[in-house]
Design a protein around this ligand. Structure first.
Ligand SMILES: [Zn+2]
Length: 344
């Protein structure tokens, strides 16, 4: 089984950067916290399903996690795609919690919270729309007549889904993660013959991955932050105080005495996420708060970033969104406050 790595969305990386870098109470902002929670819940739900899939024991599967593809003039996103020799299966992953009612006659999904009713797009129709996009995409890439199945996967076992009209087809369309393997086996038994050989399965997987274009948005613009809103210098990777002091080939936190040779890297990645796609030596010198004009050059070069221009006008470019470090953190005290309470 081949499976790729689940990447954080670009928006989630930006929210994490804001929650790290904003000073004082500027981070305790309703839009930032709501946006962060929404992105994080989506990512966590998808990861819960990834875990279940990783326990599958089939050598013939190719699993692709998080695809955004262009089907001009549209883009479409697939949470997880399972490619097998017999069929392709789109998983639309939902991180709903609580009790949901699915109305297969009205094509509506509703949730009741504190006496109020919230309604959502029909997830079965959403998955069908992706199926049509994918079908067109495959034909454009020379792959014809491949059966495509769809499953809406509810990530958390505690979520209750009510099938209002006890519609038999819905039970095989909206499922819990725990029954995913059984459903894949059920689909596998529906098809008597293979639609393609294993090398075609891998070839389609390769082309899909190559065509993945993760969404890059500019959510920072809406907040109107300027340099005064942000902490200065390199944040300690242990206690999050700033700035760390530059010693020979490493950074020292005057607060907790932690040393770290690579503490500048997150600061530079955060600069890209919050401020823009390029950085110069002098901008880097400023954000790292260092005296030497030679050091930024050494540090930036060490990060293997794409370069353009020469000497004084040299720009170092942000990596593709899927190349950002995925294990970036949020200071523990802030994370705790986010989980405990919400701003007004
Ligand atoms: Zn420290």
């Amino acid at each position: 089984m081949f499976e790729n790595y689940r990447k954080k969305s670009y928006d989630l990386l930006i929210y994490e950067a804001l929650l790290r870098r904003l000073k004082g109470n500027f981070w305790f902002n309703d839009k930032i916290i709501t946006g962060y929670k929404k992105e994080k819940a989506g990512y966590d739900g998808e990861r819960a399903v990834d875990y279940t899939i990783s326990t599958f024991r089939s050598n013939d599967f190719v699993i692709l996690k998080g695809l955004r593809l262009n089907n001009p003039p549209f883009y479409f996103q697939i949470d997880t795609l399972i490619l097998t020799k017999k069929f392709i299966c789109i998983l639309e992953i939902k991180n709903y919690k609580g009790i949901f009612s699915y109305d297969s006659k009205q094509h509506q999904l509703t949730q009741k919270v504190n006496g109020k009713t919230k309604s959502y797009k029909d997830p079965i129709l959403q998955a069908e729309a992706q199926k049509n996009h994918l079908k067109t995409w495959l034909v454009h890439h020379g792959f014809f007549n491949l059966p495509i199945e769809t499953l809406v996967v509810v990530a958390y076992p505690s979520t209750i889904i009510e099938n209002m009209h006890q519609d038999a087809s819905v039970y095989n369309k909206i499922i819990h993660t725990a029954s995913l393997q059984l459903q894949i086996e059920r689909l596998n038994n529906l098809y008597l013959k293979d639609s393609m050989n294993i090398s075609s399965v891998h070839e389609i997987g390769r082309q899909l991955q190559q065509s993945d274009e993760p969404l890059r948005t500019n959510i920072v613009q809406q907040f109107g932050f300027n340099e005064h809103h942000f902490k200065e210098g390199v944040l300690c990777t242990n206690c999050n105080k700033s700035p760390m002091k530059r010693l020979y080939k490493k950074w020292l936190c005057p607060e907790c005495q932690n040393t770290d040779a690579k503490a500048h890297e997150q600061v530079i990645f955060d600069y890209f996420l919050i401020h823009g796609d390029t950085i110069t030596n002098s901008q880097c010198q400023q954000i790292l708060k260092i005296k030497s004009s030679r050091t930024p050059h050494t540090l930036l070069t060490g990060m293997d970033l794409r370069k353009s221009g020469n000497n004084r006008t040299r720009n170092y470019h942000a990596p593709a969104s899927q190349c950002y470090p995925q294990k970036s953190y949020i200071p523990a005290n802030r994370l705790m406050r986010i989980q405990q309470e919400s701003p007004n």
